[in-house]
Write a protein that binds this ligand. Sequence first.
Ligand code: NAI
Ligand code: SOE
Length: 399
Amino acid sequence: MKNINVGLIGGGFMGKAHSLAYSAVPMFFWPTEIMPVKKVIAEATDELAQDAAARFGFERFTSDWRSIVNDPEIDVIDIATPNHLHAEIAIAALEAGKHVICEKPLARTVEESAAMYAAARLSTQVHMVAFNYRRTPAVALAKKYIDEGSIGEILNFRATYLQDWSADPSSPLSWRFQKKIAGSGAVGDIATHIVDLARYLAGDITSVSALTSTFIKERPVQSAGSDSLGNSRVDSGPMAAVDVDDEVMTLVRFASGAVGSLEATRNAWGRNNFITFEIHGTEGSIYFNYENRDELQVCFKSDGGDRRGFRTVYTGPNHPNGANLWPIPALGIGYGETKIIEAHDFFTAIAGGEPVRPDFGDGYQVALVDHAILDSAETGLWTQVPILDRETGTLSVSQ
Ligand code: NAI
Ligand code: SOE
């Protein structure tokens, strides 16, 4: 067994999720070839870094992320900061010969994402973008059914990502509402997850026709600090403009000929982490709702007319990754487990010298879709999405 030393940058929500995963990987995936070691954590200040190290179990701490990237003792750089730092850190880490896992969206813009992908292509190390919802066992089961042909040829893919944490105008202008930090709003923050799921399950998206809006146009100022995700209110003080979208809807066409729609908002009262997809194929349909993430709803044409309708498969030991989780279906598979599986797959790739998906190429392709969505919303026209050739690293637009 080999120790792999992790340098984690950012000790907020994702710092917690990733630290938990590093501790848990050997508990779930045993025996293991690789033992993650929580070596050093970076935060914005020494005080925050010291606190994060104590809380998440890191041996050392720093307020200078560059010192971690250039630390010969560190094998893996884990980027869990707000989006404006992703490109700079990832490129420096790849150039320093580190393996890199980067939170989504890959970066603020398609240009930053392209530069990160270029750096990844020059590196021999493993790179991964943290679209962890793919690792939900029910989502992986949907992929298995599709790959086995159980629902035939996909005709239609519709997905939503609805949340309500920003619906209260008194929740402050955290980094997620600032273009210079986040890059975009609901598009890069959450639509990006369902773009990843759409590509994973139904293949590349080749064109989009989108609408975006910003309903809450100003919020109480929050100049620094982590995002409380609607769990704090500011009822007085200066206000500042929200300069990103807070709602997006788009029609999509897939390379396969399938059609679909994607919708995302963080202003939908009553919806929490409402990631849904419904896929209709020539031989059946699949429905998933993350708020009931142990369940996959399926209907197969072969079921026969007198019993046609959706039925529930509860994921458990017989399903992808299930044998490593809990021994009985429907015990409850949570967000943390998706991050444990993600970390396991990342470390397995490092151990085997193999690539892992989704990688920076996938992150870049999602950024190309996000860019087309924003462009289409501005022009009011259908916008084509260039498709990345992973062999050559070049882009082409389908005719
Ligand atoms: P957060 O606001 O909870 O935490 C960000 C942390 O980064 C803060 O503690 C902040 O002090 C720290 N930070 C800021 N500047 C820094 C610097 N120069 N050096 C070191 N640390 C610094 O944000 P959250 O929710 O953890 O988001 C982080 C990233 O993870 C974002 O890119 C976000 O889009 C992504 N994310 C992904 C999720 C997923 O499901 N895959 C879920 C939540 C966030
Ligand atoms: C807020 O919308 C957020 O934390 C996103 O940033 C994550 O990516 C999502 O999975 C959970 O919600």
